[in-house]
Design a protein around this ligand. Structure first.
Ligand SMILES: [Zn+2]
Length: 184
């Protein structure tokens, strides 16, 4: 059995409906987003599930890794590939707290992920229906099933609270610079 499956060993309780399973995994993704936020990253978390089992997790780490591709989904996809020792992730579901961007949506198509479930829509760059639809595009040879809105209010609030506190922090630094409390 691939090592990462043993390592994570997170399984959804049995006998849950699809909707309840989606909620279970999205809560897990939310906790990963929280971790990203506590590290100063935009709070986005992602998990990949195969046959009811967690095979990979990821959270935003672009800033600390100096990596423009360090989105939660990309981290999870890379880790899932290692877990199943295959670059194709057939029959898997990717849960993410924010609608994927074009880069992540394309990576999911390359990986043949079967289903994407996201919480909050991204009205600026969302590529699973909001601005573009790259995960279920007629011109592409693989289409994902899309579900959205699971835990949406919580994940949207998590993001807007993060940006609110970051703006407040920047404002405070500006104020201190202006008043000479700190050196520029
Ligand atoms: Zn992305």
């Amino acid at each position: 059995m691939p090592k990462a499956i043993l390592k994570t060993d997170q399984t959804c309780p049995k006998d849950l409906s699809q909707e309840e399973q989606d909620l279970f995994w999205m809560k897990y993704a939310y906790s990963l987003a929280e971790k990203a936020g506590s590290q100063g990253e935009v709070p986005v978390g992602a998990v990949i599930v195969l046959a009811g089992k967690l095979i990979a997790e990821g959270w935003n780490q672009s800033i600390q890794s100096h990596d423009p591709t360090g989105h939660a989904e990309m981290m999870a996809l890379k880790s899932a590939g290692q877990a199943v020792e295959n670059y194709r992730l057939m029959d898997s579901t990717l849960y993410v707290t924010l609608e994927p961007c074009p880069m992540c949506a394309s990576a999911m198509v390359h990986a043949r992920v079967a289903r994407v479930v996201y919480a909050a829509p991204d009205l600026k760059t969302g590529a699973a229906g909001s601005v573009f639809n790259l995960v279920a595009n007629e011109n592409l040879n693989h289409k994902l099933e899309i579900a959205s809105g699971i835990l949406q209010a919580e994940c949207s609030a998590q993001l807007s609270n993060f940006f609110k506190s970051r703006r407040a922090h920047h404002k405070e630094i500006k104020r201190q610079l202006k008043s000479g409390l700190i050196d520029s």
